[in-house]
Design a binder for this molecule. Structure first.
Ligand SMILES: Cc1ncc(COP(=O)(O)O)c(C=O)c1O
Length: 369
C-alpha cells in the first residue's frame, strides 16, 4: 500500500468515509434507509448544480456513460463525439456497441476540443441524436470547454451527454446553467468516495427525447427509464431497480457532505494552488508540464519525463523508493512520455506536492540529470 496515493482516481478517502465502508451492512430498502438515499441524491443535485433528476447507478463511471448513450439513442442514429484522448475514445466505443454512427470531432493531442469544430459538425449533421464529450480528459489532463460546446448543441436543439467522471466536484461545472442534458460522474474521484457508484443527472429534455423515441431497445439494467420507473413506483421503500450497496452510498454521502462543507469553489481553489505549486516545482527541476498553465486542470497534472527516460521508470522509482504512487501516461503518444500526478484527493496538501517534487529531484540526481 503506498503511503501517498496520488493517481488521477481513485483517491484515498477520509477517515469518516472509510468508517461508513466498514459499518455493518444495512437493508437497502425501507423508510429509514430510503431517507438516507434520497438525502444523498439531494446532495448530488447541489454538486451537479441541477434541478433535474439524479440517480445513483450501481457500477463504475463507464456504466453511467453506457446508460446515458444507450438510453438517449436508437441504433443507427448519429452521435457527434469529441475525441481528444483515451476517454473520448471510450465514448466512441460505447457508441459503437450500440450500433450508432460516430461523427468524431478531433483535437490534437494535448489540445482542448474546439467549439467551432462542433458548430461545423452540427451544421453538417443536423440529424445527430446527441453530442458527447469528456469534460476533464484524464489521459491528457485537458479540460474541454463543455459550456461553449453545449451552447452550440443547444442552438441546434441537440442534447449533450457529458463525461464528468473526473471533473465533478473538482472543476467548475453547472449542469443546468450550461444546458447539459445528461451528466455522468463516478464516486471515486473528486467526490471523495470509493469506486462503485455512478451518479447520473438527467434533464427534462432528455426524458422527453427518451419518451418519444419508441425504437430504442437498449436493455434493462442501464436503461434510464428503468431507474425512473422504480424511483416513481417504489419511491417510498426501494426507489431503484437493484440492491443498492448501502455502505457505498453512505460513504458517498459522507464524501459529498465534506465537499459541500468545504465548498466546491474553495476546493477547486485549493487544488489549483497545488497544481501551480507542482508546475512551478517541476519547472525548477528542468521538467515541463504537458499543458500550459492557463489551461491547467486543478485536479491532475501531466508532466513530460526527461528526454530519453521512459516515464514508467519515474513511476516505479517514486513508489519503490518514496511510497508515492503516481500514474504513467495513458493512451497513444503518451505512454512513457508523460506521467500524471493526481491532486484531487480531498485532504491533498502542499506537503504531498513537495514530497513528489523531492522524489523527482532525487530521481533526476540518480540519473545524473
Ligand atoms: C474522464 C474519465 N472518464 C471515464 C472514466 C471511466 O470511469 P470508470 O473506470 O469508473 O468506469 C474515467 C476513469 O478514470 C475517467 O477518468
Amino acid at each position: 500500500m503506498p503511503e501517498k496515493m496520488m493517481i488521477p482516481g481513485p483517491v484515498p478517502v477520509q477517515e469518516s468515509v472509510l468508517r461508513e465502508m466498514g459499518s455493518q451492512v444495512r437493508a437497502h430498502y425501507g423508510a429509514e434507509w430510503v431517507a438516507i438515499y434520497k438525502k444523498t441524491v439531494e446532495l448530488l443535485k447541489l454538486v451537479f448544480k441541477t434541478q433535474g433528476d439524479v440517480y445513483i447507478l450501481v457500477g463504475s463511471g463507464s456504466s453511467g456513460l453506457d446508460a446515458a448513450i444507450g438510453s438517449l439513442t436508437a441504433s443507427g442514429e448519429k452521435v457527434i463525439v469529441g475525441t481528444n484522448g483515451f476517454f473520448g475514445e471510450r465514448l466512441r466505443h460505447i457508441c459503437g456497441g450500440y450500433g450508432l454512427e460516430v461523427i468524431p470531432v478531433h483535437a490534437a493531442l494535448g489540445e482542448p476540443l474546439n467549439p467551432s469544430d462542433f458548430k461545423e459538425a452540427l451544421s453538417l449533421h443536423p440529424d445527430a441524436a446527441a453530442v458527447s464529450l469528456v469534460h476533464l480528459e484524464t489521459s491528457t489532463t485537458v479540460v474541454n470547454p463543455v459550456a461553449e460546446i453545449a451552447a452550440e448543441a443547444n442552438v441546434n436543439n441537440i442534447p449533450t451527454i457529458i463525461d464528468a467522471v473526473a471533473s465533478l466536484g473538482g472543476i467548475p461545472l453547472a449542469m443546468d446553467d450550461w444546458g447539459i442534458d445528461i451528466c455522468v460522474s463516478a464516486s471515486q474521484k473528486c467526490l471523495g468516495a470509493p469506486p462503485g457508484l455512478a451518479p447520473i443527472a438527467i434533464s427534462q429534455r432528455a426524458w422527453e427525447i427518451m419518451d418519444t423515441k419508441p425504437q430504442r431497445h437498449h436493455g434493462w439494467y442501464l436503461n434510464l427509464q428503468t431507474w425512473r420507473q422504480y424511483a416513481d413506483e417504489w419511491s417510498e421503500w426501494h426507489p431503484y431497480p437493484v440492491t443498492m450497496p448501502t455502505n457505498n452510498v453512505l460513504a458517498l454521502k459522507t464524501g459529498l457532505r465534506s465537499l459541500l462543507a468545504d465548498g466546491i469553489e474553495e476546493r477547486i481553489e485549493r487544488y489549483t494552488k497545488l497544481a501551480l505549486r507542482l508546475r512551478d516545482g517541476v519547472r525548477k527541476l528542468g521538467l515541463q508540464p504537458f499543458t500550459p498553465d492557463d489551461q491547467l486542470a486543478p485536479v491532475v497534472t501531466a508532466i513530460y519525463g526527461p528526454e530519453g527516460v521512459p516515464t514508467g521508470e519515474i513511476v516505479q522509482y517514486l513508489i519503490e523508493e518514496h511510497g508515492i504512487m503516481v500514474s504513467g501516461g495513458l493512451g497513444e503518444g503518451l505512454h512513457d512520455r508523460v506521467f500524471r500526478v493526481g491532486h484531487m484527493v480531498p485532504m491533498a496538501n502542499e506537503e504531498d506536492i513537495d514530497a513528489v517534487l523531492a522524489g523527482l529531484s532525487q530521481f533526476l540526481q540518480i540519473q545524473g540529470l
